[in-house]
Design a protein around this ligand. Structure first.
Ligand code: GTP
Length: 376
């Protein structure tokens, strides 16, 4: 079996390192979450040190009472850190102080008994359940990133519930129970350390994702922006050129969009753009690439698609907009699209292909709008 004192020393060293790392991240990023999690790590270290004193001293007030309180504060600080991510930690502060005060009072008369151990275990278990729930409520860009952290919290809570069940069901003098409790204690220390480590990694992934989104996505519609569209399309076009595969491009422009802005205001215009984007997206397959490449202009790249199918798709998109008015703030606004279609020929590059699709679009406008023109 693992040697408990070694595990405790390792955990103290690791949590001190992680806490210091989180502190430097806080200094760098000024994100309060890092500060709360840093406090959580240092408090956990302090709890381990004070609890370890049990082996050397009879000062139960410190080695039991203070240690139990510290071990309760550590997950509470982590919970505040989760809420600090979207600046809602102040509303939870009173609840955390409440839990702490109740614990101060409840543990006071019992701090060196097994009841104190049971109480502390249950409070930690509930705190970790709440932390997993709070992560679920956190509105972050990539929820999947936080699944790993939620799993850590849930495993931790389950471990603590197992420990509570053991404490209730068996007398502590039974050797097997003592060993099981030691295993749980070790797992608790290991998983606390892992959880502390996972947060900064996830935060890093999250901010990387935000930067990537900022660089590649149109903030209004959430579609790709021009830059990302050109990069992605160039790769697809190269492949289509190499393997002589069918590929088409579409240029789409909303007709008389200036009138929408002039008549109903810019906010309505923005909502109309989002609505059109959703309608276009609904007609596409998963591997089609769509972007908002200008004010009221969209582009689509259709890999493995014949000219006939691209024309049929363009008609479906046109009709999806024409046949249903855009409704916003009691206004019913009729919109229409002009669309230019072009198929890949020879070794065309993406700019040439889009320029040709643009000619089709120009022709569609010239012919009276609300139509699809296949360019040559
Ligand atoms: N609300 C809103 N309007 C935008 C945005 N980007 C561009 N526009 C508007 O889109 C309009 C485009 O107008 P024009 O280029 O004259 O074209 P149009 O009125 O659509 O006419 P045709 O294209 O010739 O059919 C302008 O009024 C721009 O201000 C945006 O992000 N939000």
């Amino acid at each position: 079996m693992m040697h408990l004192p070694t595990i405790i020393i390792l955990s103290i060293i690791l949590n001190t390192l992680i806490g210091s790392f989180l502190l430097s991240l806080y200094r760098l990023k000024k994100q309060k979450t890092y500060l709360y999690w840093c406090c959580s790590c240092f408090i956990f270290v302090l709890a381990q040190v004070t609890a370890s004193l049990r082996a050397y001293s009879d000062l139960n007030l410190i080695s039991h009472y203070l240690a139990d309180l510290l071990i309760i504060i550590a997950p509470l600080a982590a919970i505040l850190g989760i809420h600090a991510y979207n600046n809602t930690e102040k509303s939870k502060f009173t609840a955390c102080i409440g839990v702490l005060l109740v614990s101060v009072i409840i543990l006071m008369p019992f701090y060196s008994t097994s009841f104190a151990q049971l109480y502390t275990t249950l409070v930690i278990a509930c705190s970790f359940c709440y932390a997993a729930y709070a992560l679920n409520k956190l509105h972050v860009g990539r929820v999947s990133h936080f699944l790993l952290l939620q799993i850590c919290f849930v495993i931790h809570a389950l471990l603590m519930f197992c420990q509570a069940a053991l404490l209730v069901s068996a007398p502590t003098s039974v050797i097997d129970t003592q060993q099981a409790l030691a295993v749980i204690l070790i797992s608790h220390i290991v998983i606390s350390t892992c959880t502390a480590l996972v947060w900064p990694v996830l935060m890093f992934l999250e901010s990387e994702q935000v930067l990537t989104d900022l660089a590649n996505l149109d903030p209004l519609t959430g579609l790709l922006n021009r830059r990302a569209f050109l990069n992605l399309s160039a790769t697809h076009l190269e492949q289509a050129n190499s393997y002589q595969k069918e590929l088409c491009a579409l240029m789409i422009d909303i007709d008389f969009f200036k009138k929408v802005n002039d008549q109903f205001g810019h906010e309505t215009g923005d909502e109309a753009l989002k609505w059109v984007a959703t309608k276009i997206q609904a007609q596409l397959r998963e591997h089609d690439i769509v972007a908002r490449i200008g004010g009221e202009e969209f582009a689509i790249l259709l890999p493995n698609t014949s000219e006939k199918n691209a024309q049929a798709l363009s008609e479906r998109i046109r009709l999806a907009i024409k046949n249903q008015p855009f409704i916003y703030k009691q206004h019913s606004i009729s919109l229409s699209l002009s669309i230019g279609v072009i198929k890949r020929t020879g070794d065309s590059n993406i700019n040439d292909l889009l320029a040709k699709a643009d000619k089709g679009l120009y022709q569609a406008k010239h012919n009276g709008r609300n139509q699809v023109v296949v360019a040559i």
